[in-house]
Design a protein around this ligand. Structure first.
Ligand code: GLC
Length: 544
């Protein structure tokens, strides 16, 4: 192991677990915390450093746990607090950090706070959510739209006002302008920090504050304004007033201070889901004095066209816009996006993994991507995701990337007992694509990923070194250098299906440490470097 003084969230690799889909221990076809505990040894074998668990809190599951009725408990589907404590303890024993999903923008409409809030206009919890009168014609207070389709306002007949829901009607937005809401939500953070949680992924982080005057959003005349994927009617507006109000920064500054008070022995960490693609605005979430989120997620690789030029541009653009001292991060996929394997194909998926794990910045790995899971096919009668149900035909459903983890070739892929029915169907190829088969195959994507992680963990230049792109390479290649005081690595990626020849004579000689094909280890003269189609190489340079 390297001696590395940077905090864990900078040099470590984050692994995202979608608890419903990771490992079922009790035969109900839904993954659970006990199942995660049973696979911790696999995660240490793989070599990741931190787990981010998508929500496991009590929930009616309208949005599969992102609609919460109690922030400080565990839904019986997943286990209980005791099991959660054991998970934290067992993970820590293995030197794995544990991060939770913190969902500040909304609760479930079945949360006791909302039940009180909607019970009467006089209730002390009324102002914990965002209520507004109808316009004179009875229509919603403004034109804001829900990310999940339709108006963002829902009429409550008994109290004759509308409430705001940026997502489902079953996910009313909390009113973060009310100090009591902030205090209650900060107590949630304290509750988990005191249980030993190492950090939080802040859900929908930029949505929590909106225009207090509730002004109408302008209409969108430009396709440039859309999010990374077409979102139907939601794209018809510029989301100027319904999210990302500048007051949001004061909240994250305060939240960071709260985390700091718990960071005396080891750093606690805030990672935000910020779907903003204007780099300047996005970078503000680090805070003017790096005093807000430790990092906003960088989702650019999910929407960038997969070729050498665009990927390089994305990296350079990120590097150029980082505030001084801020730390970058990269993501290939998550529970809301089609899987990398499906987006780019199998040869490219290896290249993508090499890129993710050699760039300067914290990588987040989505469960199953290390074995090359692709999007599952979901027959119409098994569609579960509200995003798909609310907007059929737009291809927005997120079930395909949430299918059960493929552990082995047994019925139900070792995810659940053979007699149980997994909550989503397994992809047909699970007998070839699974952990057990790939652990035995030294050339599998899993073996490749593990070796890459091992390399990253042992090489200071790859975890903490500088990044510099190499100019004058063929258009199909992205080549960059990672360098520390003592090591220099060259990463060469061929994004085309054809062989590419590179002349990098000024770099001298180097040894190939890893190829995406796992079949090279020779000493080479960089005067002529040949890359096979879709091949990526890590080369240790002889001179710095
Ligand atoms: C985030 C989550 C997504 C969820 C939404 C509402 O975008 O990643 O899964 O549906 O927030 O909570």
């Amino acid at each position: 192991m390297i001696s590395n003084t940077s905090p864990w969230w900078q040099h470590g690799i984050i692994y995202q677990i979608y608890p419903r889909s990771f490992k079922d221990s009790n035969g109900d076809g839904i993954g659970d915390l006990e199942g995660i505990i049973s696979q911790l040894d696999y995660l240490t074998w793989l070599g990741v450093n931190a787990l981010w668990l998508s929500p496991f809190y009590p929930s009616p599951m309208a949005d599969f746990g992102y609609d919460i009725t109690d922030y400080c408990a565990v839904d019986p589907l997943f286990g209980d607090l005791k099991t959660c404590d054991r998970l934290i303890e067992q993970a820590h024993q293995r030197d794995l950090k544990v991060m939770l999903d913190f969902v500040p923008n909304h609760t479930s409409d079945e949360h006791p706070w909302f039940l009180l809030s909607r019970s009467s206009r006089q209730n002390s919890r009324r102002d914990w959510y965002i209520w507004a009168d109808a316009r004179p014609d009875g229509s919603p207070p403004n034109n804001w739209l829900s990310v999940m389709g339709g108006s963002a306002w829902e009429w409550d007949a008994s109290t004759a006002q509308y409430y705001l829901h940026t997502f489902l009607t079953k996910q009313p937005d909390l009113n973060w302008r009310n100090p009591a809401v902030k205090a209650a939500m900060f107590d949630v953070i304290r509750f988990w920090l005191e249980r030993g949680i190492d950090g939080f992924r802040v859900d929908a982080a930029h949505y929590i504050l909106k225009d207090p005057a509730l002004r109408d959003n302008p209409l969108n005349s430009s396709v440039q304004q859309v999010l990374h994927k077409p979102m139907g009617d939601y794209d018809s507006q510029v989301h100027l007033y319904d999210s990302a109000h500048s007051d949001v920064h004061a909240v994250y500054r305060e939240l960071r201070q709260l985390l700091n008070t718990y960071s005396t022995t080891q750093p606690r960490f805030l990672l935000g889901e910020v779907h903003i693609f204007n780099r300047e605005v996005w970078a503000n979430y680090y805070g003017a004095d790096l005093d807000e989120l430790h990092m906003p997620f960088n989702f650019d690789f999910i929407r960038t066209i997969w070729n050498a030029r665009d990927i390089r541009q994305s990296v350079d653009d990120l590097e150029a816009h980082l505030p001084p001292g801020a730390w970058p991060n990269y993501v290939l996929g998550n529970h809301d996006e089609p899987r990398i394997m499906t987006r780019v194909g199998s040869g490219m998926a290896r290249l993508a993994m090499l890129l993710l794990l050699t760039l300067r910045g914290t990588p987040t790995l989505y469960y199953g991507d290390e074995i090359g899971m692709h999007d599952g096919e979901i027959p119409p009668e098994r569609v579960s995701d509200p995003m798909a149900k609310n907007r059929p035909g737009l291809g927005l459903g997120r079930d395909p990337e949430r299918t059960p983890m493929q552990w082995d070739g047994s019925p139900n892929a070792g995810f659940c007992l053979s007699a149980s029915e997994p909550w989503l169907p397994l992809p047909a190829d699970y007998q070839q694509v699974n952990v057990a088969v790939e652990q035995e195959d030294p050339y599998s994507l899993l073996s490749f990923t593990r070796r890459l992680i091992e390399l990253r963990r042992s090489a200071l230049a790859l975890t903490a070194g500088s990044y510099s792109p190499i100019e004058e390479t063929p258009a199909a290649c992205f080549v960059f250098r990672r360098q520390s005081a003592e090591q220099s690595y060259l990463i060469a990626l061929n994004f085309s299906g054809e062989e590419q020849a590179l002349a990098l004579s000024e770099l001298g000689r180097g040894r190939i440490i890893l190829s995406t094909c796992l079949d090279r280890g020779e000493l080479i003269d960089l005067t002529l470097l040949r890359l096979r189609g879709e091949e990526g190489l890590v080369i240790a340079l002889e001179s710095l």
